[in-house]
Design a protein around this ligand. Structure first.
Ligand code: ADP
Ligand code: MG
Length: 562
């Protein structure tokens, strides 16, 4: 990368250098004879038929066009190389941010705005690549061009070098003074607002019906537009600030040239040495000033997007935990018992634990009911059984085939454990795609047991709504072209067909009529009959009484707090 930058600046300078003899010859054609280098080149090409001053000049013009064309193409190629590199970094960062967010605890994940997760995975890595990678490389590029010119100037005339250096230093100081604090403040505001505008949209999409039935659409839109307005205003201020270095350097260059002329005039008639000096200053400024303004803009852009850098640093600091042991050796037909041993389950935000020093066991081959009033901790317990909520004290233990006991999170990697549990959440999760996609979650290589799936579709009475080719039936986002009960049954089908040793259902029958509820219960019984450990959270007392045992978290809490 550094080599490409270095070569690019050399090509850039050489390209510019071709202009010098062309202009020199146009102004003073006799240089062909007086300048020894030009004369030897002229003599060298004479045998090729280029033997008059004007044909020599035409050939030089052709060379100039060629050099500029080469310079342009080479510059583009280097740019392509550099941006590809930067965007591959953005690509990796997006992956890193994805892992960072998706390895957080359930509580953290649920406590983070969806809009923030969206922007941190989807938006900011690219912004980082633009501002910090492309920008950083541009800074190196410009510094390398400026250094080559500076070296030339220093050799040619130290006075010109010093005066341009003073000019540039002065400009950089003014720009830094005027913009630093403002840009950092903008960065802070954007860090807050940008994720929030995303959240407003995702929430409004999710709650579309509520929003329109409350006639809240305008209010949400206004809130969104207000935030957007702030962002756009900041963006416009930032773009003006980014232009300011170019303008300032332009003025400074003119001030310097005008100042030198005035000083020279005040001292008497300027001699030809002075004019030469002045024209060199002008040529150097012509190339250095744009470089300086690009350099300053790049630095300012970084400052304005400090928040992106902070976020990426946080994401990159995340190291995936290495598992102590994997659960992949739990075979499909394994009999798994779950034992909650003195577990205390709490949330950072709550003063009291939801469940304190709680003991219970769920044995295989049974259908267990978990009941209790809303807020009694049913879903929290389920999260703990899934390994997504670490107990503050105590542990969740898994017993394999009545023999080996392993502790969740200690001996067993949680992400591996969850692969052995069939789970159905309170809100069925369905997405845009075919029923097949929804059953496999598009995991590469996942194969459906089609015979089992088709028989479940029949038993759950989904055949009518899914039509003649149920697996190819296209769902809308969230499964919104199915009724609530149909969505629940389809999500249940997914949890049933994987045939895992543990099956956990969080209020899986809440949207079903009594006939379908009985069908579902029968299917759960069938799973338990082959050794599955079925845990059913329900509000339906009648259904709970038909299960093999009932855990009532309501009475537990009453005991705890009475
Ligand atoms: P249930 O499923 O029995 O209705 P939950 O397990 O969802 O109840 O919740 C138990 C308690 O924990 C409730 O008081 C609820 O307010 C609280 N709670 C649930 N999730 C969180 C969370 N992410 N942060 C803080 N408190 C929570
Ligand atoms: Mg719940």
């Amino acid at each position: 990368m550094l080599l490409s930058i270095f070569v690019n600046s050399i090509v850039e300078i050489l390209g510019l250098a071709v202009v010098v003899p062309v202009i020199g010859l146009v102004v003073q054609p006799e240089t062909i004879q007086t300048n020894p280098t030009l004369k030897s080149v002229f003599d060298l090409v004479a045998p090729l038929g280029i033997n008059t001053p004007s044909s020599f000049l035409i050939a030089l013009c052709g060379l100039m066009i060629g050099a500029f064309l080469f310079k342009a193409l080479f510059g583009l190629a280097v740019n392509l190389f550099q941006t590809r590199f930067s965007f591959s970094v953005a690509h990796r960062l997006s992956g890193q941010m994805w892992s960072y967010h998706f390895s957080q605890s359930l509580e953290r994940m649920r406590g983070t705005d969806s809009g923030r997760i969206l922007v941190e995975i989807n938006g900011w890595p690219l912004q980082f690549a633009n501002a910090f990678m492309v920008g950083g490389l541009m800074i190196v590029n410009e510094i390398s061009v400026i250094s080559v010119i500076a070296m030339g100037l220093l050799i040619y005339n130290p006075v010109v070098f010093v005066s341009i250096a003073v000019l540039i230093g002065f400009g950089a100081l003014i720009i830094r003074r005027a913009t630093k604090r403002r840009l950092l403040a903008y960065s802070d505001i954007r860090r807050q607002i940008e994720p929030h505008t995303n959240t407003l949209i995702t929430n409004a999409v999710r709650g579309f019906l509520e929003v329109i039935t409350f006639r809240a659409s305008d209010a949400v839109r206004e809130a969104y537009l207000k935030d957007r307005w702030t962002i756009f205003r900041l963006a416009s201020h930032t773009s003006v600030l980014n232009l300011s270095p170019a303008k300032l350097y332009e003025v400074l260059a003119v001030v310097a040239v005008a100042g030198s002329i005035i000083i020279a005039l005040l001292q008497g008639t300027p001699d030809s040495g002075f004019l030469e000096l002045l024209s060199f200053m002008a040529i150097s400024a012509y190339r250095i000033m744009p470089s300086m303004s690009r350099l300053n803009s790049a630095v300012m852009q970084m400052r304005g997007q400090q928040y992106v850098l902070d976020t990426m640093e946080r994401g990159c600091a995340h190291q995936p935990k290495t598992p102590h042991r994997t659960a992949s050796n739990i075979e499909q037909g394994a009999k798994v018992d779950l034992c909650v041993n003195g577990a205390t389950l709490s949330y950072e935000a709550l003063d009291e634990p939801v469940l304190a020093q709680f003991n219970h066991s769920f044995s295989n081959g049974k259908v267990h009911a978990v009941i209790g009033p809303s807020g009694s901790g049913k879903s929290t317990l389920i999260s703990a059984l899934l390994g997504l909520h670490q107990p503050e004290q105590g542990a969740i233990e898994v017993q394999l085939n009545g023999q080996e006991t392993i502790t969740l999170g200690e001996d067993l990697d949680l992400h591996d454990w969850i692969l052995h549990v069939g789970y159905l959440s309170q809100q069925p999760f369905l997405f845009q795609g075919t029923v097949r996609d929804n059953l496999t979650l598009r995991v590469p290589g996942a194969v459906l047991n089609e015979e089992l799936v088709m028989s479940l579709i029949q038993k759950l009475e989904l055949d009518e709504c899914l039509g003649p080719c149920p697996l190819e039936f296209e769902l809308h986002e969230g499964g919104s072209n199915l009724s609530g009960g149909q969505q629940q049954r389809l999500a249940l089908l997914r949890a049933l067909q994987v045939q895992r040793p543990v099956l956990i259902l969080d209020e899986a029958t809440s949207a079903l009529d009594s006939k379908l509820r009985d069908v579902v219960f029968e299917l759960l019984r069938e799973r338990a009959a082959v050794g599955c450990n079925v845990i059913l959270v329900t509000h339906d007392n009648e259904l709970a009484q038909r299960c093999d045992d009932v855990l009532d978290l309501g009475t537990l809490r009453n005991d705890l707090f009475s």
